[in-house]
Design a protein around this ligand. Sequence first.
Ligand SMILES: C[C@@H]1N[C@H](CNC(=O)c2cc3ccccc3[nH]2)[C@@H](O)[C@H](O)[C@@H]1O
Length: 449
Amino acid sequence: PAAFAQKYSPDWTSLKAHTVPNWFEDAKFGIFIHWGLYSVPAWAPPSGELGKVDMSRWFYQNAYAEWYLNSIRLKDSPSYKHHVETYGADFDYYRFGQAFEQQNRAWKPQNWASLFKDAGARYVVLTTKHHDGYTLWPSKVPNPKRPQGGINSPRDLVGDLTKAVRGAGLHMGLYYSGGLDWTFETRPIATMGDLRTTAPQTEEYARYADAHWRELIRLYQPSVLWNDIGYPKLGKPEALFADYYNAVPEGVINNRFSVEYSDFTTPEYAKYDKITPKKWESCRGLGFSFGYNQVEGPEHVIAPEALIELLVDIVSKNGNLLLNIGPKPDGTISEIQLNRLNALGAWLKTNGDGIFGSRPWVRPSAKTTAGGDVRFTKKGDALYAFLLGRAAGPSTVVGLTLAPGSTVRLSGGRSVAWKKTGDGTTFELPANSPAAGPVALSITPAPAA
Ligand SMILES: C[C@@H]1N[C@H](CNC(=O)c2cc3ccccc3[nH]2)[C@@H](O)[C@H](O)[C@@H]1O
């Protein structure tokens, strides 16, 4: 038999030969899932988005519900007060494992797979171990800090979702908290400095994290290694990366192993404002949290139209959107999250042609003479122009010049009359844009600039 392709060797020069596969460039939209013990209390003060809350206060009023264990270790946090009132001061966080394991027996992964497919997502990334150290697969790697166990899901939640997601034709990626593990380091994190000093760096932890990633690759052959918040210096990532690519050639690795090589960067609750040559993926929750937060209401959650415009903006600049869903312990998803997924799916069903498989054009954006925002993508010999907001009637895109005889169509096929004007090109849009979200125009042939 042909020798097994050992294309990559464990050094940065060899690894830098890896290029981002087309499936990841084409995908544009993935679903992030934060699901674990923290989904049981499902409580955090909705203090604001990461980046909009002063970091000196962030950890004391942490909007990330998946940080519940750390938050209740800070005795003057709202979470600690909530914990004492709801569960009692001596209720150990890891006792949430009982409720989580009992409730997720009812979970049907195929329901998530079809929901995400209908939303237009092309890949999924599930937490396999978050900072609390609990694994969502029945790992055979012993946790030296937990000889008594209780830190591994008895049900193979990772395998069950992987099977369902791939059955629906989506790619499956895995998240692993390489940088923090609160079974190894139990000191509370109150400052950015604590983030660094509580990142476990022992040989024992490095071996544990490496064994976990290798077990995940062997069992599930994930298409994405989504490591989070750093990696132990003794963790030998070069060897892990080479073995991963040799096993999964179309795999991608994010930049949060904090080493010199990655396939893509990962701004969180952030995005870039121009086209970048290096592939990137912006991640965020629908509200201020990744784990399900029962106190979040519409005032904390991104509006459907803003979510659609966020995706279009990110895609016009060479990014993907990794949009997070925080399920309840039994796998059900709150109405407010479902509503946004469905709105995005409905818009993509009609307007996805200029999104999926597209690439950035020579410039990402323009304005209309009415002050509206426009985003561009290119695909084949078509330029796509997305007019954000409720563009309707005659709309002039500044600085855009079409070749004579160009064809302009609304997504869904209806042709649109256009004419050259002093400022640019005026399009005769329908009097009212039927659905929520940007009006998408396809223009062929694509202008050169
Ligand atoms: C997805 C998200 N990641 C958080 C850790 N964040 C980072 O490591 C990080 C934030 C950030 C912002 C801009 C650029 C890089 C970044 N890394 C975790 O602390 C959260 O619980 C959640 O899992």
